[in-house]
Design a protein around this ligand. Structure first.
Ligand code: NAP
Length: 305
């Protein structure tokens, strides 16, 4: 029996663990993959207060070592659902034998983050790993000296394009509007790079190539004109979406699938708290994920008594 089980080992979950163990609680973090969450794909983090510059991987490693060093337990496991029972909360994970395994706690913090949103173009799944990628820092090196496109107009797309520009012959940034959503500082940085080209007001219509990506057909949404970009890589960076369906029976999800809770991180289910990007909120940033972790853990401690 744990005091607190945290579902998700990203910034919110690891921050919650730090606050939980420092409050003297027995804490277990359950994570489907490895620790760190989305931030491990950011080559550079420059906006976390108190840290001038750090790689996302280094940041995540620091958080993980801090949480586990203080005594939080970390286990890999795909959480299937959470059950609210009279005396405890059960967190059910898929077992190695194909069955189910159950962990019990007095309180649960859901910190499941969000996953990459697909672009929604035909054959996207088929060509994932064969030219289509969702992680420039993971796969960028495979496209050294080649032409690639980045789809999206947020900070992730802009950072991905800057990263890819180091290795690739040409980087097209394909964005559906004429204004970027991401920070002007990042846009300006890309404007300075000779091998980066903005393809604005444009959407990817078709992925070309058999077996491997050989190009993308794009359409200008204003002029309806179409053209082919001869790229061997397409990096999709069109935001994230939550992955909370397994918890729908216990907590309320909004129309986009985020878990409803206010800044106090309390859901309407007793003993179930929520932290980070998987929560309904305005600002999804590293700093707000960490803040949620602290708030949720302290609320859970108060609930446990
Ligand atoms: P985002 O800010 O939500 O941007 C997603 C982009 O994809 C938008 O430009 C959007 O277009 C476009 N888009 C969405 N669906 C699309 C579709 N179906 N087809 C074509 N384009 C589509 O996502 P993000 O860039 O991943 O960033 C997520 C959060 O993390 C943000 O708060 C961001 O600031 C933060 N972040 C921060 C840093 C940093 O500070 N270093 C780095 C990375 C991410 P519209 O603009 O037209 O909606």
């Amino acid at each position: 029996m744990y005091d607190i089980i945290i579902v998700g080992g990203g910034t919110a979950g690891l921050s919650a663990a730090i606050y939980g163990v420092r409050a003297g609680r027995r804490v277990l973090i359950l994570e489907a993959k490895n620790y760190g969450g989305q931030i491990i794909n950011s080559p550079e983090v420059e906006n976390y207060p108190g840290i001038r510059k750090i790689s996302g991987m280094e940041f995540a490693k620091g958080l993980y070592e801090q949480a586990t060093g203080l005594g939080a337990e970390f286990r890999q496991g795909q959480v299937l659902r959470v059950e609210v029972r009279e005396k405890d909360r059960a967190v059910v994970v898929s077992g190695a034998d194909g069955g189910e395994k159950e962990y019990k706690a007095k309180a649960v913090i859901l910190a499941t983050g969000a996953r990459n949103r697909p672009l929604g173009v035909a054959r996207e799944q088929e060509l994932t790993g064969a030219g289509v990628s969702y992680c420039a820092t993971c796969d960028g090196m495979f496209f050294r000296g080649r032409q690639v496109a980045v789809a999206g107009g947020g900070n992730t797309a802009l950072e991905d394009a800057a990263f890819l520009a180091h290795y690739c012959e040409r980087v097209y940034v394909v964005h559906r509007r004429d204004q970027f959503r991401g920070e002007e500082r990042l846009v300006e940085n890309l404007r300075q790079k000779e091998n980066v080209e903005f393809v604005l007001n444009s959407v990817v219509e078709e992925l070309l190539g058999e077996g491997m990506l050989e190009g993308v057909r794009i359409r200008d949404v204003a002029t309806k004109e179409e053209k082919v970009l001869p790229v061997s890589g397409l990096f999709v960076a069109v935001g994230q979406m939550p992955d909370n369906d397994g918890f729908a029976g216990v907590v309320t999800l909004d129309d986009k699938g985020y878990i409803q809770a206010a800044e106090d991180c309390r859901t309407e289910a007793p003993g179930i708290f929520v932290a980070g990007d998987c929560r309904t909120k305005e600002v999804r940033q590293l700093a707000t994920a960490a803040a949620d972790g602290a708030v949720a853990a302290l609320a859970a401690c108060e609930y446990i008594g």
